[in-house]
Design a protein around this ligand. Sequence first.
Ligand code: MG
Ligand code: ZN
Length: 261
Amino acid sequence: MCGTCGCAAGPVLTLLTPGERSHHDHDHEHHDHEHHDHDAPAAGRTVVLQQKVLAKNDEIAVANRRWLADRGILAVNLMSSPGSGKTTLLERTARELAGELPVAVIEGDQETALDAERIQAAGSRVVQINTGTGCHLDAAMVAHALRDLEPPPRSIVVIENVGNLVCPALFDLGEAARVVLASVTEGADKPRKYPHMFRHADLVLLNKTDLLPYVEFDPQRYADELRQVSPGALLLELSATTGDGVLPWYDWLRAGALAHA
Ligand code: MG
Ligand code: ZN
């Protein structure tokens, strides 16, 4: 993980040795001025900076949560690796819940507004955040995006995080629920390989079930692996492409929206 984005608070710190900087510091531009310290001498200093970044993030996340609660809005932090189908799922969800439950979207990508254009075409309000070299969304980005988005009261805001199973797990955005989208093309061992991402998931969606006949993927093994890491997470299987299995996902959103309205 990267010292660049300040996301390395935790087990990652074992990778930093005194007198050395994370190799990411050499490879990437800094997008956070608090990290603009090319003379950071040791792991200890890196740790302190990273803890400060996360503590500040958590403060802003608390404010976001209050802002959302005041408006009766359900906010969902949707995370996955790149290519799992987040945008495809949101296109279908926005279209099929239109007229019943407004779904607005905050899109996080390093570059382009391609996904925002797809969501807009599906009829939803959408704000695109481009993170540049950053590999996750943070609470401050979401605070700005929410003001621009102006989601209606008692609606749903889905925050489509940057495709990455690693550091998005560490950044509270002020969401009410965390959803991890996985797909049958990724391998059933992902929950154990990326436990931080799955441990705090409220819901795990297993996507692309239409491809099951063509891939080596055992849904039962996936369910077992997930249960080991996150016994409380709900698991739903669906295909965002065909629409198979999406109704329980809509019911989950309806129940959440009702609980937060
Ligand atoms: Mg996307
Ligand atoms: Zn990151």
